[in-house]
Design a protein around this ligand. Structure first.
Ligand SMILES: NC(=O)c1ccc[n+]([C@@H]2O[C@H](COP(=O)([O-])OP(=O)(O)OC[C@H]3O[C@@H](n4cnc5c(N)ncnc54)[C@H](O)[C@@H]3O)[C@@H](O)[C@H]2O)c1
Length: 254
Protein backbone atom coordinates (compact mmCIF):
# COMPACT_ATOMS: atom_id res chain seq x y z
CA UNK A 1 0.00 0.00 0.00
CA UNK A 2 1.30 3.46 -0.87
CA UNK A 3 0.20 5.22 2.30
CA UNK A 4 1.49 8.67 1.29
CA UNK A 5 0.25 8.74 -2.31
CA UNK A 6 -0.21 12.37 -3.40
CA UNK A 7 1.15 13.85 -0.17
CA UNK A 8 3.96 16.41 0.03
CA UNK A 9 6.41 16.12 2.91
CA UNK A 10 9.23 18.44 4.03
CA UNK A 11 12.04 16.91 6.10
CA UNK A 12 14.66 18.90 8.01
CA UNK A 13 17.92 17.20 8.87
CA UNK A 14 16.97 15.28 5.75
CA UNK A 15 20.53 14.27 4.90
CA UNK A 16 21.19 12.79 8.37
CA UNK A 17 20.61 9.24 9.52
CA UNK A 18 16.93 9.35 10.47
CA UNK A 19 16.11 12.09 7.94
CA UNK A 20 17.47 10.27 4.91
CA UNK A 21 15.79 6.99 5.90
CA UNK A 22 12.50 8.87 6.30
CA UNK A 23 12.86 10.65 2.96
CA UNK A 24 13.49 7.32 1.23
CA UNK A 25 10.57 5.55 2.92
CA UNK A 26 8.14 8.45 2.44
CA UNK A 27 9.11 8.64 -1.25
CA UNK A 28 8.67 4.87 -1.66
CA UNK A 29 5.18 5.27 -0.17
CA UNK A 30 4.23 7.75 -2.89
CA UNK A 31 5.07 11.10 -1.29
CA UNK A 32 6.85 14.02 -2.90
CA UNK A 33 9.68 15.00 -0.57
CA UNK A 34 11.73 18.12 0.10
CA UNK A 35 15.00 17.23 1.79
CA UNK A 36 16.45 20.15 3.77
CA UNK A 37 19.83 20.11 5.48
CA UNK A 38 22.70 22.48 6.28
CA UNK A 39 24.55 21.78 3.04
CA UNK A 40 22.89 21.56 -0.35
CA UNK A 41 25.24 18.84 -1.68
CA UNK A 42 24.14 15.84 0.44
CA UNK A 43 20.47 16.87 0.35
CA UNK A 44 20.49 17.25 -3.43
CA UNK A 45 22.38 13.97 -3.84
CA UNK A 46 19.73 12.04 -1.90
CA UNK A 47 16.97 13.80 -3.84
CA UNK A 48 18.77 13.01 -7.11
CA UNK A 49 18.99 9.32 -6.19
CA UNK A 50 15.22 9.28 -5.62
CA UNK A 51 14.51 10.97 -8.98
CA UNK A 52 11.10 12.47 -9.62
CA UNK A 53 9.12 13.79 -6.66
CA UNK A 54 12.23 14.77 -4.68
CA UNK A 55 14.15 18.01 -4.18
CA UNK A 56 17.04 18.90 -1.91
CA UNK A 57 18.15 22.28 -0.63
CA UNK A 58 20.38 24.00 1.91
CA UNK A 59 18.48 25.13 5.01
CA UNK A 60 19.74 26.33 8.35
CA UNK A 61 16.72 25.76 10.57
CA UNK A 62 17.81 28.58 12.90
CA UNK A 63 17.06 31.08 10.10
CA UNK A 64 13.46 32.11 9.53
CA UNK A 65 14.00 32.84 5.83
CA UNK A 66 15.50 29.38 5.24
CA UNK A 67 12.45 27.71 6.80
CA UNK A 68 10.20 29.77 4.55
CA UNK A 69 12.34 28.89 1.54
CA UNK A 70 11.90 25.13 2.09
CA UNK A 71 8.13 25.42 2.45
CA UNK A 72 7.93 27.63 -0.64
CA UNK A 73 9.95 25.07 -2.61
CA UNK A 74 7.49 22.32 -1.63
CA UNK A 75 4.49 24.40 -2.66
CA UNK A 76 6.07 25.70 -5.89
CA UNK A 77 7.37 22.30 -7.02
CA UNK A 78 4.63 20.00 -5.76
CA UNK A 79 1.63 22.28 -5.28
CA UNK A 80 0.86 21.79 -1.60
CA UNK A 81 2.16 20.77 1.82
CA UNK A 82 0.74 17.91 3.89
CA UNK A 83 3.40 17.04 6.44
CA UNK A 84 6.56 18.46 7.98
CA UNK A 85 9.17 16.42 9.78
CA UNK A 86 11.09 18.85 12.03
CA UNK A 87 13.95 16.51 12.63
CA UNK A 88 17.18 18.55 12.41
CA UNK A 89 19.04 18.40 15.70
CA UNK A 90 22.43 18.48 17.34
CA UNK A 91 23.75 16.63 20.36
CA UNK A 92 26.03 19.43 21.56
CA UNK A 93 28.79 18.75 24.05
CA UNK A 94 28.71 15.91 26.56
CA UNK A 95 29.98 16.87 30.02
CA UNK A 96 29.12 18.13 33.50
CA UNK A 97 26.26 20.62 33.91
CA UNK A 98 28.52 23.59 34.74
CA UNK A 99 31.20 22.84 32.15
CA UNK A 100 29.65 24.58 29.16
CA UNK A 101 29.75 28.10 27.83
CA UNK A 102 26.65 30.24 27.39
CA UNK A 103 27.25 29.92 23.67
CA UNK A 104 27.20 26.11 23.79
CA UNK A 105 23.81 26.13 25.56
CA UNK A 106 22.47 28.72 23.13
CA UNK A 107 23.55 26.76 20.07
CA UNK A 108 21.73 23.60 21.17
CA UNK A 109 18.55 25.54 21.92
CA UNK A 110 18.77 27.55 18.69
CA UNK A 111 18.77 24.39 16.57
CA UNK A 112 16.73 21.94 18.65
CA UNK A 113 14.03 24.30 19.96
CA UNK A 114 13.93 27.55 17.97
CA UNK A 115 14.63 25.63 14.76
CA UNK A 116 11.47 23.62 15.42
CA UNK A 117 9.47 26.74 16.30
CA UNK A 118 10.54 28.46 13.07
CA UNK A 119 9.74 25.34 11.06
CA UNK A 120 6.22 25.22 12.48
CA UNK A 121 5.69 28.93 11.83
CA UNK A 122 6.87 28.59 8.23
CA UNK A 123 4.71 25.53 7.56
CA UNK A 124 1.44 26.72 9.08
CA UNK A 125 0.09 28.84 6.20
CA UNK A 126 0.60 26.00 3.70
CA UNK A 127 -0.83 23.36 6.07
CA UNK A 128 -3.86 25.57 6.68
CA UNK A 129 -4.30 26.04 2.95
CA UNK A 130 -4.26 22.25 2.53
CA UNK A 131 -7.06 22.02 5.09
CA UNK A 132 -4.92 20.25 7.69
CA UNK A 133 -1.87 18.05 7.95
CA UNK A 134 0.73 16.47 10.18
CA UNK A 135 3.64 17.99 12.06
CA UNK A 136 6.14 15.51 13.47
CA UNK A 137 8.94 16.81 15.69
CA UNK A 138 11.91 14.62 16.51
CA UNK A 139 12.35 14.64 20.27
CA UNK A 140 14.04 11.65 21.93
CA UNK A 141 13.91 9.40 24.97
CA UNK A 142 15.96 12.36 26.20
CA UNK A 143 12.70 14.33 25.98
CA UNK A 144 11.14 12.04 28.57
CA UNK A 145 14.06 10.98 30.79
CA UNK A 146 17.17 12.63 32.17
CA UNK A 147 20.71 11.61 31.24
CA UNK A 148 23.85 12.53 33.13
CA UNK A 149 26.21 14.69 31.08
CA UNK A 150 23.66 15.70 28.44
CA UNK A 151 21.79 18.57 30.12
CA UNK A 152 21.45 21.02 27.19
CA UNK A 153 20.37 18.26 24.79
CA UNK A 154 17.96 16.68 27.30
CA UNK A 155 16.51 20.09 28.21
CA UNK A 156 15.98 20.95 24.54
CA UNK A 157 14.30 17.62 23.79
CA UNK A 158 11.95 18.08 26.79
CA UNK A 159 11.18 21.59 25.51
CA UNK A 160 9.88 20.36 22.16
CA UNK A 161 7.60 17.85 23.90
CA UNK A 162 6.02 20.80 25.72
CA UNK A 163 5.84 22.76 22.47
CA UNK A 164 4.20 19.80 20.73
CA UNK A 165 1.54 19.48 23.44
CA UNK A 166 0.64 23.17 23.20
CA UNK A 167 0.55 23.05 19.41
CA UNK A 168 -1.58 19.90 19.41
CA UNK A 169 -4.13 21.71 21.57
CA UNK A 170 -4.04 24.90 19.50
CA UNK A 171 -3.96 23.37 16.03
CA UNK A 172 -6.08 20.24 16.53
CA UNK A 173 -9.30 22.17 15.82
CA UNK A 174 -7.83 23.10 12.40
CA UNK A 175 -7.10 19.47 11.55
CA UNK A 176 -3.36 19.89 12.01
CA UNK A 177 -2.01 17.02 14.09
CA UNK A 178 1.22 17.53 16.05
CA UNK A 179 3.24 14.69 17.59
CA UNK A 180 6.79 13.86 18.58
CA UNK A 181 8.90 10.94 17.48
CA UNK A 182 10.99 9.86 20.48
CA UNK A 183 13.78 7.52 19.43
CA UNK A 184 15.97 5.69 21.89
CA UNK A 185 19.65 5.35 21.06
CA UNK A 186 19.93 4.94 17.28
CA UNK A 187 22.78 3.09 15.60
CA UNK A 188 24.12 6.11 13.73
CA UNK A 189 26.52 9.10 13.71
CA UNK A 190 24.93 10.98 16.60
CA UNK A 191 25.28 8.09 19.04
CA UNK A 192 28.91 7.51 17.94
CA UNK A 193 29.55 11.17 18.80
CA UNK A 194 27.85 10.92 22.21
CA UNK A 195 29.68 7.66 23.02
CA UNK A 196 33.07 9.07 22.02
CA UNK A 197 32.54 12.31 23.92
CA UNK A 198 31.35 10.46 27.05
CA UNK A 199 34.44 8.25 27.18
CA UNK A 200 37.06 9.24 24.57
CA UNK A 201 38.70 6.20 23.02
CA UNK A 202 36.26 3.88 24.82
CA UNK A 203 32.98 4.70 23.14
CA UNK A 204 32.28 0.97 22.85
CA UNK A 205 31.98 0.78 26.65
CA UNK A 206 29.41 3.57 26.65
CA UNK A 207 27.54 1.76 23.90
CA UNK A 208 27.55 -1.46 25.96
CA UNK A 209 26.20 0.43 28.98
CA UNK A 210 23.37 1.98 26.95
CA UNK A 211 22.60 -1.36 25.30
CA UNK A 212 22.35 -3.13 28.65
CA UNK A 213 19.39 -0.85 29.46
CA UNK A 214 17.49 -1.68 26.25
CA UNK A 215 15.22 -4.74 26.54
CA UNK A 216 15.63 -5.56 22.82
CA UNK A 217 19.38 -5.72 23.48
CA UNK A 218 20.36 -3.31 20.69
CA UNK A 219 20.09 0.24 19.44
CA UNK A 220 17.20 0.96 17.08
CA UNK A 221 17.85 1.75 13.41
CA UNK A 222 17.26 4.83 11.28
CA UNK A 223 14.73 2.80 9.30
CA UNK A 224 12.75 1.85 12.41
CA UNK A 225 12.48 5.55 13.30
CA UNK A 226 11.49 6.38 9.72
CA UNK A 227 8.67 3.81 9.85
CA UNK A 228 7.09 5.63 12.81
CA UNK A 229 7.53 9.06 11.22
CA UNK A 230 5.87 7.91 7.99
CA UNK A 231 3.01 6.34 9.94
CA UNK A 232 2.43 9.68 11.69
CA UNK A 233 2.43 11.56 8.34
CA UNK A 234 -0.15 9.17 6.92
CA UNK A 235 -3.92 8.91 7.08
CA UNK A 236 -3.46 5.75 9.15
CA UNK A 237 -2.69 8.15 12.02
CA UNK A 238 -5.60 10.59 11.70
CA UNK A 239 -6.48 9.94 15.34
CA UNK A 240 -2.96 10.63 16.61
CA UNK A 241 -2.47 14.11 18.05
CA UNK A 242 -0.53 15.48 21.00
CA UNK A 243 1.48 12.39 21.81
CA UNK A 244 5.00 11.08 22.12
CA UNK A 245 5.77 8.07 19.93
CA UNK A 246 8.64 6.02 21.25
CA UNK A 247 10.88 3.89 19.06
CA UNK A 248 13.26 2.81 21.80
CA UNK A 249 13.45 -0.96 21.99
CA UNK A 250 11.79 -0.74 25.41
CA UNK A 251 14.37 1.68 26.93
CA UNK A 252 11.67 3.69 28.72
CA UNK A 253 9.71 0.67 29.87
CA UNK A 254 11.76 0.23 33.02
N1 LIG B 1 20.84 9.31 16.95
C1 LIG B 1 20.15 9.09 18.06
O1 LIG B 1 20.46 8.19 18.86
C2 LIG B 1 18.94 9.92 18.36
C3 LIG B 1 18.10 9.54 19.40
C4 LIG B 1 16.99 10.32 19.68
C5 LIG B 1 16.72 11.43 18.93
N2 LIG B 1 17.55 11.79 17.92
C6 LIG B 1 17.22 12.98 17.15
O2 LIG B 1 16.98 12.60 15.82
C7 LIG B 1 17.17 13.73 14.97
C8 LIG B 1 17.98 13.31 13.75
O3 LIG B 1 19.28 12.97 14.19
P1 LIG B 1 20.09 11.73 13.59
O4 LIG B 1 20.12 10.69 14.63
O5 LIG B 1 19.60 11.38 12.27
O6 LIG B 1 21.55 12.37 13.56
P2 LIG B 1 22.34 13.08 12.34
O7 LIG B 1 23.40 13.88 12.97
O8 LIG B 1 22.70 12.03 11.36
O9 LIG B 1 21.24 14.00 11.66
C9 LIG B 1 20.98 15.32 12.07
C10 LIG B 1 20.91 16.18 10.84
O10 LIG B 1 20.52 17.49 11.21
C11 LIG B 1 21.29 18.39 10.42
N3 LIG B 1 21.37 19.70 11.07
C12 LIG B 1 22.06 20.05 12.18
N4 LIG B 1 21.94 21.37 12.41
C13 LIG B 1 21.13 21.86 11.44
C14 LIG B 1 20.64 23.14 11.14
N5 LIG B 1 20.96 24.22 11.90
N6 LIG B 1 19.85 23.30 10.08
C15 LIG B 1 19.54 22.23 9.29
N7 LIG B 1 19.98 20.99 9.53
C16 LIG B 1 20.77 20.80 10.58
C17 LIG B 1 22.65 17.73 10.30
O11 LIG B 1 23.40 18.26 9.22
C18 LIG B 1 22.27 16.29 10.14
O12 LIG B 1 22.15 15.91 8.79
C19 LIG B 1 17.83 14.81 15.83
O13 LIG B 1 16.86 15.77 16.22
C20 LIG B 1 18.31 14.02 17.03
O14 LIG B 1 18.43 14.83 18.18
C21 LIG B 1 18.63 11.05 17.60
Amino acid sequence: MNSLEGKVVVITGGAGGIGEATARLAHSQGASVVIADLEAGPAEKIAGSLGERARGLAVDVTRREDNEKMVNLAVEEFGRLDAVFLNAGIEGQVGPFDSRSDEAWKTVFDVNVHGVRLGVEAALPALRKAGGGSIVITSSVAGLRGASGLTPYVSSKHAVVGMMRCLAAELGPEGIRVNTLNPGPVDNRMMRSIEDQANPGHGDEVQAAFTSRIPLGRYVTNEECAAMAVLLFSDAATGCNGNTYLVDGGYCAQ
